[in-house]
Design a protein around this ligand. Structure first.
Ligand SMILES: Nc1nc2c(ncn2[C@@H]2O[C@H](COP(=O)(O)OP(=O)(O)OP(=O)(O)O)[C@@H](O)[C@H]2O)c(=O)[nH]1
Ligand SMILES: [Mg+2]
Ligand SMILES: [Zn+2]
Length: 291
């Protein structure tokens, strides 16, 4: 039996990398009966049939499983958004950060298409996230800006690219490693017809060591099941100030003597981030009532 890592599912087969080789595998019948699903990133046990075919006999316990995109044992998620075309949907960006933190995956915010906007917009866009303590990287697949940084981030890790269609995920991967030759597509076509250029979730092997999943873009994401009190823990810049609020149960919304509000007035917290916190707070509270 060999241990390997599942890279992709395609046409009913499971492709497993083990000992430097790619094995085309099927599943033992018992897994199909149990309706057990396997995802890229899963560490699996394979019994060998011939020099490139095998059968998946088991899966090792998962460290985590991202929902969007569905990849297991992820160490890092690059949340990829373009500065322009498509305009960034910051509420979706915040939802992705929450998902990553909820799954205990390190998030890095990666802005793309820096060549399409001026420096002022770049600084303004990343400021709120940097102040919150998030790692951010500014890139352009056209000019090569930030590409070396992203290479360094991906080295020796299992990473996932997640973000809306057209953000430039596949283009960025091609810039990192031109040999990948991933298909990229025209944004106007994607927006107009909702067409995605990347259709499968697949872990790619990088020549400088590391695995990265290119994934199809998506435009919405549900929050994980969290309580109204928990939400602030997904906003590092908010929870950092919560200790000094008058009420320990403060949600930093309408309560008096709220130190988060004070920080907001003092410009220490990004106003737009805070507004999105309130939107998500309403959403969490609405969900709580439905249970
Ligand atoms: N100007 C500019 N255009 C870019 C850049 N990166 C990507 N694009 C363009 O943006 C469009 C979409 O790029 P893709 O790489 O296909 O986007 P994607 O995120 O992989 O999209 P899906 O696979 O549908 O999720 C293409 O027309 C690219 O040429 C960049 O850095 N600068
Ligand atoms: Mg793509
Ligand atoms: Zn408060």
């Amino acid at each position: 039996m060999k241990e390997g890592i599942l890279l992709k599912r395609y046409g009913g087969f499971y492709f497993v990398k083990s000992e430097g080789l790619l094995w085309e595998c099927t599943l033992r019948g018992k897994f199909r009966k149990l309706k057990q699903d396997f995802f890229p990133g899963d560490k699996v046990l394979v019994s060998v049939l011939d020099d490139h075919k095998g059968v998946i006999e088991g899966v090792l316990p998962r460290i985590n499983l991202l929902r969007r995109p569905p990849v297991a044992n992820v160490e890092q998620v690059l949340v990829v958004f373009a500065f322009f075309a498509p305009d960034p949907d910051f509420l979706l960006l915040d939802r992705l950060l929450i998902m990553a933190q909820h799954e205990k995956v390190h998030p890095v915010i990666c802005f793309t298409k820096a060549d399409t906007v001026d420096q002022k917009i770049i600084s303004k866009t990343i400021k709120g996230y940097q102040n919150a303590g998030y790692q951010t990287v500014v890139t352009s697949s056209k000019t090569g800006l930030g590409i070396e940084k992203v290479r360094y981030l991906l080295k020796n890790r299992i990473s996932v690219f997640a973000g809306p269609s057209g953000a430039g995920k596949s283009s960025l991967l091609n810039a990192l490693q031109p040999g990948l030759s991933l298909k990229t597509g025209d944004v106007s076509e994607k927006i107009g017809r909702g067409r995605h250029t990347t259709r499968h979730v697949e872990l790619l092997e990088l020549e400088f060591a590391g695995l990265v999943a290119d994934t199809p873009g998506f435009s919405n994401l549900d929050l994980p099941d969290i309580t109204r009190e928990e939400l602030q823990h997904y906003f590092p810049e908010i929870v950092k100030r919560a200790d000094c609020c008058r009420f320990t149960s403060c949600l930093h919304n309408q309560e008096p003597d709220c130190s988060v509000k004070e920080a907001l007035v003092a410009n220490e917290i990004d106003y737009e981030r805070y507004q999105r916190y309130l939107i998500l707070l309403q959403e969490v509270m609405g969900k709580e009532r439905r249970y």
